[in-house]
Design a protein around this ligand. Structure first.
Ligand code: G3P
Ligand code: CA
Length: 250
């Protein structure tokens, strides 16, 4: 069955990359969550997508220029009138919560084009500390980051993010010892899905929000899809399964 990963939590309805969005994703029956990490000035691993806090919080400036205790005071729910305050969580906050449930977590390392080092090392150390190695997939557009993670921790799954179509992406994934890859959904035509699965390489397209795309990917039996709207995805997956069962009946 194709798993449903809630992109930045249940980001279609709640402030992205907050504990509220992650908890709501769990309530929506998502199988996993996706989140983005980067480092503060004083070296805390925090969960936020953009290099700057401007779009998602009531603050201004680069994440890397904030000390964690200052960053925590910003409101990541300031655009949502029904939620008073949601701080930017640390990865530690999220992993602590994950240790109490069964969700899978796709940690996307937002390292830009930087050489791997402190961020990757801290992520790996924390995943081990919380004993979550079996439920974590580390991804990044910076493939040097994930290869470095694999060297540090070959027991933790890695998956390259692919914004564009690649020739035989399953071969590329294998070449860096990734058990899967995460393409933009437009770079995941049916024949690529089929060939990847036949080669035992997982494929989890992002960010799938349109009903027609969801139906196609569920129909093709993708390993997972990454969506802002786990409620919609759950409903469509249920319909896809029941119509497949009906078609099997004599
Ligand atoms: O993990 C897939 C997706 O999150 C990558 O793009 O920009 O939403 O982080 P972005
Ligand atoms: Ca992401």
């Amino acid at each position: 069955m194709t798993l449903i990963f809630a992109h930045r939590g249940y980001a279609a309805a709640f402030p992205e990359n907050t504990m509220k969005a992650f908890r709501e994703a769990e309530k929506a029956s998502a199988d996993g969550i996706e989140l983005d990490v980067q480092l503060t000035k004083d070296g805390e691993v925090v969960v936020i997508h953009d290099a700057k806090v401007d779009r998602t919080t009531d603050g201004k400036g680069y994440v890397k220029n904030f000390e964690y205790k200052e960053l925590k005071k910003l409101n990541a729910a300031y655009k949502n009138e029904s939620i008073e305050m949601e701080p930017i969580p640390s990865l530690r906050d999220v992993l602590g919560w994950l240790a109490e449930n069964n969700l899978i977590c796709n940690i996307e390392i937002k390292s830009g084009s930087a050489a791997p080092g402190e961020l990757e090392e801290k992520v790996i150390k924390m995943v081990r500390e919380f004993k979550l190695i079996d439920r974590i997939i580390i991804s990044s557009f910076n493939h040097y980051s994930i290869v470095y993670c694999f060297r540090l921790a070959p027991d933790i799954e890695i998956a390259p993010l692919l914004a564009e179509g690649l020739y035989m992406p399953w071969v590329y994934a294998e070449s860096i010892q990734a058990k899967g890859f995460h393409p933009h959904y437009a770079a995941a035509p049916n024949e690529i899905i089929k060939a990847s699965l036949e080669n035992n390489i997982s494929i989890r397209p992002y960010t799938v929000n349109k009903e027609s795309d969801m139906r196609r990917l569920f129909g093709e039996g993708c390993t997972a899809l990454i969506t802002d709207d786990p409620v919609k995805a759950f409903k469509i997956r249920k319909e896809t399964i029941s119509s497949a069962n009906n078609n099997k009946r004599p």
